[in-house]
Structure formats: C-alpha cells, structure tokens
Design a binder for this molecule. Structure first.
Ligand SMILES: Cc1ncc(COP(=O)(O)O)c(C=O)c1O
Length: 284
C-alpha cells in the first residue's frame, strides 16, 4: 500500500517543500492536456532499484515528445536525494516533467514555457510476497495509443481498463490487454508467461519498457532459463504453466486465472517464486 501523505517531501520547480505546499497552475499543459512525462522509482533504504534505467527512461521519454529536460541525466539523482532516506525500508519516488505553463490554453506550437518539475517520495510496503495466493486476470481490448513506449501522463486508455474491472465488480483483478490477437501488457505492468521452462514476454514494440521487466529478464537468464521476447496469443496464454506481471510497485504478481479458467495449477508457480526471491535479493 502506498500512503501519500500531504506532508510527504516534495521538490517543485527548484524548491524543496511539503507536497501540500505545491501549487500547480491550472494553465499547466500537464494538467490541461496530459502533456507530460513521468517516472516511478522504487527506493529501498535510500537506494533506487534500477534507478539509472528509470532516469534514462525519463530522459528518453522527454526527448521523444520534445520536452527539454531541465536536468542532465547525471543531475537527476542529486535532485531526488533530499527526498530519500536510508532509514526508510521502501519509498516510491514519483517524478513528473510537464511542458510547462502558458498564458492561455491552446494545443498549437510553439510553446513558450519552462518545463514544470515535480518530484515527491512516499513510503510503501511491497504488496506481494511468497505467501501471495495470486490474482485473477481478465482479457480486454487494448484501447491505448500507438506510443505506449513513452511514459506519458496521458493515461486514459490505462485508466479505462481499470474502470472496466471496477464496473465488472472485480476492481482488484488485473486486465490483460489484447492487441491484434496478442496479449501485450497490463494497464500498469508488463506480462510474462512460462511454459515448459521457457519464458515469453512481449517485445518492446509499443509497450512500456518496464525496468522491472528488464531486471526479471536478466534474473531469468541468470538462472539458465530461456527467455523469448514474443507476445503470446490467447491460446498460448491460457495454456501456460505460469503467468505473472511486473512493475516497480507490485514487483512480480502471479496471475492464476484468465477469464475464470485456471492457469496451470491455479496457484502461483515455481518459476515465479524463484524469480521473486532473486528480485528481493537485488534490494540488498
Ligand atoms: C503500462 C505499463 N507497463 C509496464 C509498467 C512497468 O514498468 P516498471 O517495471 O518500470 O515499473 C508500467 C509501470 O507503471 C506501466 O504503466
């Protein structure tokens, strides 16, 4: 569970303050148009897991949409440092850079504005451990845009996937997004399946290049497992021995049913368990 206290530490446009002191203009293009890029970095005892990859993804996202980064890649960790504490077991660092504030609302360029920068940290507890019983998955059409590799705050397609779960009465289950007959991603996590000891995960074409995805691929290969970057079709997904999704908050979350049918034994499997343990070891 992430607890976002209004008093949690923040950085806003060059100043450190409490989150509830941050005052964002209603004319900020991030607010009006979703014209911004964000990042979420898990931090354990003050040390970011995969932090360098998260900062690189932030820079790549800003470049992809033509927002000039207010900081160089090597400067970002120093900006974030005062928000993090070695005494905190787990913190989530949120970073957002918008195209900035203009004098009036408009879509068109040029945009004469300085980027808005917001960072804040919250404490959290990783929600999944070895005793986790598994999550139900539901196939849904992928309604998102064609630049899902960009970590933009324009997240309506992702939000609607979760809203669908909610209106179906299964708000805490997981949506598995299907595009052109292939299961490509979940609304806030990457997909993995394991079948006969071979792991498959969709390739980086129009999905978010998840940092936990990249760590899990490396861990699996380190265990001698074969990993193929290929999106499963629905038959491959439902015939898999194991399915799990990954993100920086839920880490590795097993999916034990799809549309009511069990995956494998219907319980979290040994490949997931092994990789979850290896993932925990990365934090030390
Ligand atoms: C659509 C989507 N895919 C995958 C991920 C996982 O990314 P990461 O592992 O870097 O947290 C996220 C994280 O928010 C996401 O929103």
């Amino acid at each position: 569970m992430i607890t976002e206290k209004s008093s949690c530490p923040a950085y806003f446009n060059g100043r450190y303050m409490a989150l509830d002191e941050v005052a964002i203009s209603p004319l900020d293009r991030g607010f009006l148009l979703g014209d911004s890029i964000y990042e979420v970095i898990p931090v354990y005892h003050g040390v970011g897991l995969g932090a360098e990859r998260h900062w690189q993804r932030l820079m790549a996202g800003l470049q992809a949409v033509g927002i000039e980064s207010p900081y160089a890649l090597s400067d970002w960790p120093g900006v974030a440092a005062p928000l993090l504490s070695a005494d905190e077991p787990a913190q989530m660092l949120y970073v957002q850079v918008t195209r900035g504030v203009e004098g009036s609302r408009k879509h068109r360029f040029p945009v004469l504005a300085e980027p808005t920068v917001l960072l804040f940290s919250t404490s959290f507890q990783p929600p999944i451990d070895g005793s986790y019983a598994g999550c139900a998955g539901h196939l849904q059409a992928d309604l998102r845009w064609q630049r899902c590799n960009v970590k933009s705050t324009s997240l309506m397609g992702n939000v609607l996937a979760y809203r669908q779960l909610y209106t179906d009465g299964v708000a805490d289950d997981e949506a598995l997004l299907v595009r052109d007959g292939r299961v490509v991603e979940a609304p806030s996590s990457n997909l993995f399946i394991a079948c006969d000891g071979v792991i498959r995960t969709p390739p980086l074409d129009n999905i978010l290049p998840g940092v936990s995805r990249s760590l899990v691929i490396e861990l699996a290969r380190g265990e001698g497992l074969k990993v193929i970057e290929q999106a499963p079709d629905i038959a491959q997904l439902t015939a898999a021995d194991e399915v799990w999704v990954t993100n920086s908050y839920e880490e590795l979350k097993p999916i034990v049913t799809v549309d009511g049918d069990p995956i494998g034994s219907g319980r979290p499997g040994p490949v997931w368990r092994c990789l979850l343990e290896r993932y925990q070891a990365l934090k030390r």
